[in-house]
Every structure is written in structure tokens, then in C-alpha cells.
Design a protein around this ligand. Structure first.
Ligand code: ADP
Ligand code: ZN
Length: 723
């Protein structure tokens, strides 16, 4: 009897396939292999047959042979279960989840080595002047022929001659140089009493080697990072791997620096900006267990750590942990699931926890560890409201008089200010004063945003750009175009007009597009080379500038527009976070928020400094609406380049909605972003009570419907975006 194996290939359109395992080859569930598919060869992973009871068995005589194993450790069993769970929960093809695990094709090409040379200690029979010089200069060093020739100041041929003569020998070395190990005892801090007792809880949990979900809840600047560093130190001492998830690549750089100060070396980073060789080296170190600490964006979660002992999700409330394309997973939630399956603690750290997370604490499922005060006694800044209706800025301006006065005072004291507006570019809309024409993206239902620094209009959804126009394309009128509304660049112009002597920095993903740029920005603020920072949400997190004492929020109401489920919560979190940038050192901070809605619950709570009240009211609202975390949502998004086709499939899906008690289906309706990247979009929203297995219902529902291949039907379980 020939042996066979069930394989998941990296192809989302395929289910599991059976292959023959040729004589002399051994594979087991988890083995990464290469298998033929038609004329091609694909990477795949051997899987348990029981995981797919419905797969039709193919006769032995029709099986094709596995080509061979890949030189990489097998995918651990617990991770296979997590991959299955994720595919199941988020209704995604298992191959799409697996692809996030096998995230470096180069790493799967196996160990790669190069040949280097070094002196053997023997002298060649025939010694020439050149040979003597080379041997003298190279000494004990090791390197490629080319490198040794350079050091020796001779030609490659001379080095080759020395190899032949037995004076140098070949050594095979891996191109993946090992990473230095972080040292848990490098520079431990003196913890405050509150910090120390929190740290003890975490250290014990790490040693326990059991699932333990924590919410680490403390105001910005309370020392959450220092505290979870102790948990990391404990895991390193236990010889286990650690993953720290951050919401934003821009935060990686300051994190690396802090980590290095504490542990003597930087952790391994994982994000979309890595070069192929860096990715390869990181992946292999992670899979072999050599990588001690990894810091990364959400995609680092599915990597094949064989020995994970702790996950920290920092700024755990951030919506960017939710992936909005491909597999629509929430990294915070899947991190907790990984902790459960692999038996280790998971720490969710946040100054403004998500309502969902607080709810888990209330249910007794997560343990809450609180750090009540800022470290070193710095005061949390008070928040003052500026009512734009009674205290408006000048016409065509956005900074109201009380905020101008506060910036004046801050400048006089030689301290730094931060103006926050969560909008990139100069103006969100450009229109023609003469004929009313508005610049819209040809591919999306969205206005083109003016970027004056780069002299173009850009669509923030699909990336379409055009050069800044000088006349109206409709009526051809010149000088008729007006910018409507502000973006950060426009606020920076206003700042320049008001304080010509001020040194400013604009901080958005346009200006801080690399870790190096982010590091440069931090250095210049720390060095006191910046007086006023104007930034988007990119500046709300992570930064610690002791001389920054004033924060002004240009438009606190911005996030409340559109009003989706989490609009208030997001506004609250964002403003508390940006407020937390003020007064982190010895000097007290001040925060002003400009608003047209001083009566909105969230604005009142912010000004009163009463976050408990905000959470209570908001939680109660959710409970009454049976919205998450009480009820559940899922969305079905239908899209096609063909408008009729999209509408038709959406209607068909809507008509076939199963009648289930406790589950309601809204729509289909054109999505708010009704055209995106040239695709016409329709949405259905499913609202169900917690007891209902929404995933199974949707799976069965969609299983009976077919659509043309150009149409996409995506399911978004626990959606964060309703666009
Ligand atoms: P959070 O993560 O809660 O915002 P941080 O961990 O960034 O707070 O701490 C805020 C500041 O206080 C940082 O500059 C940090 O280095 C400092 N800090 C916190 N705890 C200690 C400590 N025990 N000893 C020395 N400095 C500390
Ligand atoms: Zn567009």
C-alpha cells in the first residue's frame, strides 16, 4: 500500500488535495512540501485528514507524487488548529490564512550557505611577496575570496592560489546570520510599587505557562511598557519566544530604541516594509525558535513560532489590528485565541481599552491590571473645550482665538505644541467657484484630496493622483478653483502665517513614510528643533516628548461624522491618546479641543475628564441596541467592475437570506463607498444575537449561490468598517 497525504496548497481557490508520498520520503501533518498542480509546482502543507471529513477521496491510482519536502521546520500542531479556527471564524479560505504563516517564499527555499575562507595556520610551500602580504594583512579574518583579496591588497587569483596550497581552507556559513539574544538583566528599571506588583502578576503568569488573558489598563505615561517589559524578561529567562504586536509600523522605531536600552539589543522586527533578505532571515529565526522577541504589525501573528510564551498587544484598542482585506481577521482577538490554544498569557495594553475588552473584564474572562497614575508623578493634563459656535476662528482660518493665545504662551515659555487634525493633505475637496465642478476620483466614490506639498490631488482610497490643476476641466475657467476644508498642510500654512518664526513639523504617513523618517522626526523634536507639530493620528501614539506641553485638537467632531457604531468610542480614544502627549515630563500639560458639539456625550465626558462615565453611557447604548459586544454583526460585501452584475448578485444574496430567529439581515444597499478602485459595491449587514452561529448560517446561505468569476463576495465578521 502506498502512503498518501492530504495537502493544503497555497492557492485560495483550491480545497485540500490528496497526494502520494513516494517511497523513502516521510512527511507528517505540518510538513511543508512542494507538490505538483497541473504543469506547476506549489508550496503546501500536509494536514490531518480528519480536519476535512467532507473531502472526496481520490483513488490511489490517480494520485500524483509529492515532489519533496521543504527544508523548514513543520508547522506546529497548535498553529494548524489556529489556522483552521481563523479560517472558520472569518469565513476565509484556509490557504489564505496559511499564506500568512508561510510569509517568506525565500525562507522556504531552505538554508542557504556561502563558502568563506580562513587561514589554516600552514604556510604554502612556495612563498611569494604577494602571498606573504596577503597572509599578513588577512591574519585570522574570514571572508569570501573577494573580501579577502580586498583586505590583502592582492588579486582573487592570489587567494585562490593560497587555498590550493593549503594555507587557506573553505568554511560553509549560513547567509542567515544569527540574531543577538536580548539580555533580560541588561538594564532593569527601578519599578514603582504599583508597577512592581503589576509586573509580578505578569511574571507569575508567564512562568505558569497557561492561558491568561490580561488587560493592562493605565493612563498614557503610566509605565505600561516598562511593566510588560518585565513579562518579556521573564519569558526570555524561561527560554520562550515573545511577540509584541504594534498597530503601526511608524511606532516600531521608537519601540526598538526603548527595547535596546532595556535588553541590550533590538528585537527582530516583522512588517510589510522588510526587504526580502530581512524577511527570510527573520522567518527562519522565528521558525527555528532562535528568535527570542519579535515586534511586528498584525501579520506577525500567524508566523510559525514553535515556542511562544507571551503575546503583548500594545495600544490594543487600535482599529488597525483589524485587517480590512483578504482574511478579515482581528489580530487582537486571534492573539487571545493563540494564547488559549498554546497556553500562554496575552497582555492587551491600552490607556483607552475597547468596549469589547472592558466587557470581557466585566464578564470575568480577562484580568484587569491597573496602573492608576503617571510615572514620576506627572499630572494628566486637563482638557478644555473651545466652542467654535461662540468663539469661532477668523474667516478662512481654523485655529480659534483661545487656542492661538495658548500657543502664544507656550511659545513664550520655549515649550512645544502639537496640533492634531486627522486629515492628510491640504484640503479634502477642491471645487470650481464658477461652475460648481468637484474633483472626484474616477475609480472611487471619493473626493480628490489636495496635497500642496507634492502639488497633486490624490485619492486616499485607491491612490489615483493627478497634478494640481490650474483651471476647471469643466468650464475651463482659470483661477476659479477653491480648496474646501482643512488638512494638516493647510493648518501648517495657518501656523506659518500666525507665527512666522516658529519651526514646524508636519507628521503624517506622507512625511513619515519610513522608520528612518520617524526616527529623524523624534530626534529633531527631542533636540528642541521643533516648536509646533501638526499631525494626524500618527502622532497620537507612542511618542514621549517631555517639553511638549500643549495639545490642540482642531476638529474634535470630525470622527463623529458618518456616525458608525464606534464613532464615539474612536473619538474618545483618539482625543485621550493625543491629549496624553502633553505634559509627560516635569512640566504640566494643557489640552484644548475645538468643537461645534459641546453637548455631545463624548465631548462632555472628555472635558469633564470622566472616562468612566463615557464608558458607562456608551456601553449602555450598545446594550440597548444589542450591538457588539452584546449582539454580533457581520457584513457581506459584493463587488464587481460590472455595476449591474454587482447589483444583481447582491439582490440574489439578499433574497436567499435564511429566516433565522434572532438574526436580521439589512440590505442589500449600495455601500457608502459605492465605487472603490473601479469596483461597484453593495453591502448586507447581518445583526444577530450572541447565541447564533452566524458563520455557519452565512456559509450555508452562500454555498447555494453562484456568481461570475469577476464578482467578489467577501464576508466581514465583526466588521469595524461600514464603508
Ligand atoms: P505608557 O506605556 O503607559 O504610556 P511608558 O512605559 O512609556 O508609559 O512610561 C512613560 C515614561 O516614564 C517613559 O519615558 C518611561 O521610560 C518612564 N518610566 C516608566 N516607568 C519607569 C521606571 N520604573 N523607571 C524609570 N522610568 C520609567
Ligand atoms: Zn480612488
Amino acid at each position: 500500500m502506498s502512503s498518501r497525504a492530504r495537502v493544503i496548497l497555497l492557492n485560495a481557490a483550491l480545497g485540500p488535495l490528496d497526494y502520494r508520498v513516494p517511497h523513502g520520503m516521510t512527511v507528517q501533518p505540518g510538513s511543508i512540501i512542494v507538490a505538483p498542480l497541473g504543469p506547476r509546482q506549489l508550496i503546501g502543507v500536509v494536514w490531518e485528514e480528519d480536519s476535512f471529513p467532507d473531502v472526496e477521496s481520490v483513488g490511489d491510482n490517480r494520485l500524483r507524487n509529492i515532489v519533496g519536502p521543504v527544508d523548514a521546520p513543520p508547522i506546529p500542531e497548535t498553529l494548524r488548529r489556529l489556522i483552521e479556527w481563523t479560517a472558520d471564524y472569518y469565513l476565509a479560505p484556509i490557504a489564505s490564512v496559511l499564506r500568512m504563516t508561510l510569509a517568506s517564499m525565500s525562507a522556504l527555499e531552505g538554508a542557504r550557505t556561502v563558502i568563506e575562507y580562513r587561514a589554516t595556520g600552514d604556510l604554502p610551500d612556495r612563498m611569494t611577496e604577494q602571498r606573504a602580504q596577503a597572509m599578513e594583512r588577512i591574519g585570522e579574518r574570514q571572508g569570501l575570496i573577494r573580501e579577502l583579496a580586498l583586505i590583502g591588497g592582492v588579486s582573487d587569483a592570489v587567494i585562490r592560489g593560497l587555498v590550493k596550497a593549503g594555507a587557506f581552507e573553505a568554511v560553509e556559513v549560513s547567509i542567515d546570520t544569527p540574531f543577538p539574544r536580548p539580555d533580560p538583566d541588561h538594564a532593569p528599571p527601578q519599578l514603582s510599587d504599583g508597577q512592581a506588583s503589576a509586573a509580578t502578576e505578569f511574571v507569575n503568569a508567564v512562568r505558569q505557562r497557561d492561558f491568561a488573558p490580561f488587560l493592562l489598563d493605565g493612563v498614557t505615561g503610566s509605565g505600561k511598557t516598562e511593566v510588560y517589559f518585565e513579562a518579556i524578561a521573564a519569558a526570555i529567562r524561561e527560554g520562550r519566544q515573545v511577540l509584541v504586536l504594534l498597530p503601526e509600523i511608524a511606532l516600531t522605531e521608537p519601540f526598538l530604541e526603548r527595547f535596546e536600552k532595556r535588553f541590550g539589543t533590538v528585537p527582530i522586527s516583522w512588517h510589510s516594509g522588510l526587504r526580502q533578505s530581512e524577511r527570510r532571515r527573520a522567518w527562519r529565526a522565528i521558525a527555528s525558535g532562535e528568535a527570542a522577541v519579535v515586534v511586528g504589525a498584525r501579520s506577525a501573528l500567524f508566523l510559525p513560532y514553535p515556542n511562544l510564551g507571551l503575546i503583548v498587544v500594545d495600544e490594543a484598542h487600535e482599529a488597525s489590528f483589524k485587517q480590512e482585506d483578504g482574511v478579515h481577521y482581528h489580530a487582537r482577538d486571534v492573539a487571545v485565541m493563540r494564547g488559549l490554544m498554546e497556553k500562554f498569557p496575552v497582555i492587551l495594553a491600552s490607556a483607552t481599552p475597547a468596549i469589547e475588552t472592558r466587557h470581557q473584564v466585566e464578564l470575568g474572562r480577562y484580568r484587569e491590571i491597573k496602573l492608576p497614575a503617571r510615572f514620576g508623578g506627572a499630572e494628566m493634563p486637563g482638557i478644555e473645550g473651545i466652542n467654535l459656535l461662540t468663539d469661532p476662528p477668523e474667516r478662512g482660518r481654523w485655529i480659534a482665538p483661545p487656542l492661538i493665545k495658548a500657543i502664544d504662551e507656550t511659545m513664550e515659555k520655549g515649550e512645544q505644541s502639537l496640533l492634531f487634525l486627522n486629515r492628510r493633505g491640504y484640503a479634502p475637496l477642491t471645487l470650481c467657484r464658477h461652475c460648481g465642478y468637484r474633483f472626484q476620483c474616477p475609480n472611487c466614490t471619493a473626493w480628490m484630496v489636495e496635497h500642496r506639498l507634492t502639488k497633486r490631488l490624490a485619492c486616499h482610497h485607491c491612490g489615483h493622483v493627478i497634478p494640481s490643476p490650474r483651471f476647471c476641466p469643466e468650464c475651463k475657467e482659470e483661477d476659479s478653483l477653491v480648496a474646501c476644508g482643512p488638512g494638516v498642510e493647510r493648518i501648517a500654512d495657518e501656523v506659518k502665517a500666525l507665527w512666522p518664526q516658529a519651526r514646524t513639523a508636519i507628521v503624517t504617513s506622507d512625511t513619515l513614510w519610513s522608520p528612518a523618517k520617524a526616527a529623524e522626526f523624534v530626534k529633531s523634536v527631542e533636540a528642541g528643533a521643533v516648536d509646533i507639530i501638526i499631525g494626524t493620528q500618527l502622532v497620537t501614539k507612542g511618542y514621549h516628548f517631555p517639553n511638549l506641553t500643549l495639545v490642540g485638537v482642531i476638529d474634535a467632531d470630525l470622527g463623529l461624522e458618518g456616525g458608525d457604531l464606534r464613532a464615539s468610542e474612536r473619538t474618545f480614544q483618539q482625543i485621550v491618546q493625543v491629549a496624553g502627549r502633553a505634559g509627560r515630563g516635569q512640566k504640566p500639560g494643557r489640552v484644548f479641543i475645538q468643537t461645534r458639539m459641546p453637548e455631545a456625550e463624548v465631548i462632555k465626558a472628555l472635558i469633564a475628564g470622566d472616562s468612566e462615565r463615557f464608558y458607562e453611557v456608551e456601553t449602555e447604548n450598545r446594550r440597548r441596541a444589542n450591538a457588539p459586544p452584546f449582539g454580533r454583526f457581520a457584513a457581506i460585501i459584493i463587488s464587481s467592475e460590472d455595476a449591474d452584475e454587482a447589483a444583481q448578485v447582491a439582490r440574489l444574496i439578499g433574497k436567499s437570506a435564511p429566516p433565522i430567529d434572532g438574526m436580521r439581515v439589512y440590505g442589500p444597499a449600495p455601500a457608502p463607498l459605492s465605487v472603490l478602485r473601479g469596483r461597484h459595491r453593495h453591502r448586507l449587514l447581518i445583526h444577530a444575537s450572541r447565541q447564533i452561529d452566524v458563520q455557519s448560517a452565512i456559509r450555508e446561505w452562500l454555498d447555494n449561490i453562484t456568481w461570475k468569476s469577476g464578482t467578489r463576495v467577501a464576508v466581514d465578521v465583526d466588521p469595524y468598517s461600514f464603508m
